[in-house]
Design a binder for this molecule. Structure first.
Ligand code: 5GP
Length: 206
């Protein structure tokens, strides 16, 4: 599927700093919109329905799957997560750039549908640092942290399928790297041709 807008998928094991990086990127870049996913997991802390996620029960999620309402969906840490067509199609068609903060399974599904999607994987600098970050976050029980560390091994192994890899050792450096990827994608010939079709047409560029 070709769209005028660019599509970025950011994946990482939990604790690598993906959410903070994407949040900072969105604050700096008004041309970028984030897609709000649907999930069957319960809201955490200050999360609001319709802001961080659309929180739905499993029956509603399955009904959406059966109705073909998702571009992609996956089971992550025991819950379902999905990107609805409604969440991104209109924006991409309108030429907006969209970022999806999703897991690696979803990112690979998106790449099959949108060949121009840019897949970015955020790595922690080490297993030790990842463990420390998960503990420091103080959001999850020891059992959940152990499960997340186990899943992280599988997730990190998928980085090889991504277009770009950013090691989040220092937040500011990783944010700079992320901005650079977004910016350079916008300058690619195909992306410029999609975004600036009139200029290209007037210059006789196909
Ligand atoms: P959390 O429960 O910590 O918010 O998210 C758990 C994982 O699910 C994260 O890796 C997050 O990026 C991923 N995730 C969030 N939304 C989606 C989605 O729409 N699709 C997929 N495949 N993964 C998602």
């Amino acid at each position: 599927m070709e769209t005028p807008g660019n599509l970025f998928c950011v994946a990482a094991p939990s604790g690598a700093g993906k959410s903070s990086l994407v949040k900072a990127l969105l604050e700096l870049d008004s041309r970028l919109a984030v897609s709000v996913s649907h999930t069957t997991r319960a809201p955490r802390g200050q999360e609001l329905d319709g802001r961080e996620y659309h929180f739905v029960d499993e029956a509603s999620f399955r009904a959406m799957v059966d109705g073909g309402e998702f571009f992609e969906y996956a089971q992550v840490h025991g819950n379902f997560y999905g990107t609805s067509r409604r969440a991104i199609q209109q924006r991409l068609d309108g030429g907006e750039d969209v970022v999806l903060e999703i897991d690696w399974q979803g990112a690979l599904q998106i790449k099959k549908l949108f060949a121009h999607a840019v897949l970015i994987f955020i790595l922690p600098p080490s297993w030790e640092e990842l463990m420390q970050r998960l503990n420091r976050r103080g959001e999850d029980s020891a059992e959940v942290i152990a499960q997340r560390m186990g899943n992280a091994r599988t997730e990190v192994a998928q980085a090889r399928h991504f277009d770009y890899v950013i090691v989040n050792a220092l937040f500011e450096t990783a944010l700079f790297d992320l901005k650079t990827v977004v910016h350079s994608q916008r300058l690619k010939y195909a992306a410029q041709r999609r975004a600036k079709s009139q200029v290209f047409a007037s210059l006789g560029l196909g």
